[in-house]
Design a binder for this molecule. Structure first.
Ligand code: NAD
Length: 261
């Protein structure tokens, strides 16, 4: 538990499912008042809010499309109107689809870049603007991926978007360090969430992924939420501009694990 998180206010984007849900629930358990952003109706957000409240936490839902700047402005306004301030912005929403690069349409390219990169820019910008205006030494956490450094054939738009997020975060961190606004990335490896459902429901495909993970298992959303809680807390007070790889060692060249090569 991080005592300094008590009473802070956070927004988590794409928080109806997967990592966003786990982060929202973990922050709420830490005493943070959480705005749960969701994209589409019927993603079970009401049950989630109820569950958080039953456990003594505070949360409120807000529908917004992270690719729309007006939506993000309203999202930040909603956090401020509902809970009085904004201390923590978690830009988590993301999408992917598999297409050989030679067949990738401009439409699909733009769709992924818009959600994964432009969405994180808009979320970061609006949060930073709010923190500057209200003299808040807050934190922004952007969800990148191991594919900000591991090339990923058939997912060129995804890999390009996450590489972009890494540099977005590093640049913003440098720019706003004097204001003590900390901006960091989390780069997960393979985690058990709906984005991977199809792959992980196929035992053979799942095994192929596990072979790429030196620690030998698919990560749990709670293990990423723990990273977010630490980055949001003052226990990481001197940390800005980092990319925190939570990947069971996936970025450490698993092909060399046996010592050959
Ligand atoms: P997920 O599909 O469960 O979550 C993504 C969420 O983003 C969904 O709730 C979806 O509704 C929301 N979303 C999509 N488009 C949106 C939009 N325009 N506006 C608002 N919300 C939108 O998958 P996840 O694994 O929880 O993914 C969360 C983040 O973690 C993504 O950025 C993803 O790229 C990243 N990530 C996941 C893994 C993994 O293995 N699960 C690994 C590395 C990075």
């Amino acid at each position: 538990m991080y005592k300094d998180l008590q009473g802070k206010v956070a927004i988590v984007t794409g928080a109806a499912t997967g990592l966003g849900k786990a982060i929202a629930e973990r922050l709420a358990a830490e005493g943070v008042k959480v705005v749960v952003n969701y994209h589409s109706k019927n993603q079970g957000v009401e049950e989630m809010i109820k569950d958080i409240e039953e456990k003594g936490g505070s949360a409120a839902a807000f529908q917004a499309d992270v690719t729309k700047q007006e939506d993000i402005k309203y999202l930040v306004e909603f956090a401020s109107d509902t809970f009085g301030r904004l201390d923590i912005m978690v830009n988590n929403a993301g999408i992917e689809n598999e297409v050989p690069s030679a067949d990738l349409t401009l439409e699909d390219w733009n769709k992924v870049i818009n959600v994964n990169l432009t969405g994180m820019f808009l979320g970061s910008r609006e949060a930073i603007k709010y923190m500057l205006k209200h003299d808040i030494q807050g934190t922004v956490i952007n969800m990148a991926s191991v594919h900000d450094r591991i090339p990923w054939p058939h997912f060129v738009h995804y890999a390009a978007s996450k590489g972009g997020v890494k540099m977005l975060t590093e640049t913003l961190a440098l720019e706003y360090a004097p204001k003590r606004i900390r901006i960091n990335n989390i780069s997960p490896g393979a985690i058990d969430t709906p984005i991977n459902a199809e792959k992980f429901n196929d035992p053979k495909a799942k095994q192929e992924v596990i072979k790429l993970i030196p620690m030998g298992y698919i990560g749990k959303p709670e293990e990423i939420a723990a990273c977010a809680a630490w980055l949001a807390s003052s226990e990481s007070s001197y940390v800005t501009g980092i990319t925190l790889y939570a990947d069971g060692g996936m970025t450490k060249y698993p092909g060399f694990q046996a010592g050959k090569g």
